[in-house]
Design a protein around this ligand. Structure first.
Ligand SMILES: [Zn+2]
Ligand SMILES: [Zn+2]
Ligand SMILES: [Zn+2]
Ligand SMILES: [Zn+2]
Length: 108
């Protein structure tokens, strides 16, 4: 029983374990064990699950595990959120330093 590849229609010999599509040799990535469609739609961070959205900061595709919901519609990756939190902390520190400086200057 010959089944056609989901992408090009030639004889399919592999079945993608992630999406269940049947694909030919050309549309199957043996090293990753996934079909061409899944490779393209795969999460950029874990490379395991299908991506659901893009990070609003870096634009990379991520799955529901690797992306954190920022609000109703926007999602961001943990990397970007961490980086932003760090930047906020740095900004806060420099603000504190500035405050000390102006305090010292007004006392002098
Ligand atoms: Zn094919
Ligand atoms: Zn697939
Ligand atoms: Zn992921
Ligand atoms: Zn990001």
């Amino acid at each position: 029983m010959a089944r056609p590849c989901s992408f090009c229609g030639v004889n399919a010999i592999f079945e993608c374990p992630l999406c269940g599509r049947i694909v030919c040799e050309r549309h199957y990535n043996a090293t990753r064990g996934l079909c061409a469609g899944c490779i393209e739609a795969l999460c950029d961070f874990c490379n395991k699950r299908l991506s659901i959205a893009r990070c609003i900061y870096c634009g990379r595709l991520g799955c529901d595990v690797c992306l954190v919901q920022v609000d109703n519609v926007r999602r961001a990756c943990r990397e970007c959120l961490d980086r932003r939190a760090l930047r906020l902390e740095e900004a806060w520190k420099s603000l504190e330093a500035l405050k000390h400086l102006t305090l010292r200057m007004s006392r002098a």
